[in-house]
Design a protein around this ligand. Sequence first.
Ligand code: GTP
Ligand code: ZN
Length: 205
Amino acid sequence: MPVVFVAASKLPTPFAQFTMHGFLDEATGREHVVLSLGEIADGAPVLGRLHSECLTGDALFSQRCDCGSQLEGALKAIAREGRGVLLYLRQEGRGIGLLNKIRAYELQDGGADTVEANERLGFAADQRDYAMCLPMLEHLGVKSLRLMTNNPRKVKALTDMGIVVAERVPLHTGHNPHNKLYLATKASKLDHMMGNEHQGEVDRA
Ligand SMILES: Nc1nc2c(ncn2[C@@H]2O[C@H](COP(=O)(O)OP(=O)(O)OP(=O)(O)O)[C@@H](O)[C@H]2O)c(=O)[nH]1
Ligand SMILES: [Zn+2]
């Protein structure tokens, strides 16, 4: 089933006035949003981010993860360039949903790491699927991205669907004492690149 464009509006933020594009994924019923800035359909690589929903980090100031800070850092970077896209993907909890993420946090409070907690609940470590990105990027006329991420799975998913990832821009921000183990587990078990790559790195928010 298709992902359909529904409507677009202005979205003023402290960083820039973005255009907000709303999409409905008819297969899952999920409502996804893209924030865009500037001329993005001219064929030149676009600074971009696939941001997976994290209600706790993005809206409730949680320090268990680095999501809120990455969201802010990415929007600020796009605002600085005056051009870019952020796909806000409704795949909370790496695809297991908010309530299961809280169950996973409960297990983590008892000593499990982020991957073990998912597995104990009967889920894969990362259940995300990025297929919805292709119709959204096609709608926007974006064929090539400079992708802000530390996650090689996102680069592979885009490349496999025919989107060019012209550059990976590391996004290291939001480190705090509460998410030390979480970030270490992402590096050791989920292949995230948390090294000392500094070229083109997005400034800490
Ligand atoms: N299941 C589960 N999901 C989590 C946990 N902490 C954060 N998340 C979710 O993980 C997603 C963010 O993924 P991350 O692995 O932190 O980062 P990423 O988006 O893959 O990679 P970057 O592009 O580098 O940020 C969001 O959907 C969060 O809700 C956790 O402990 N358990
Ligand atoms: Zn988070």
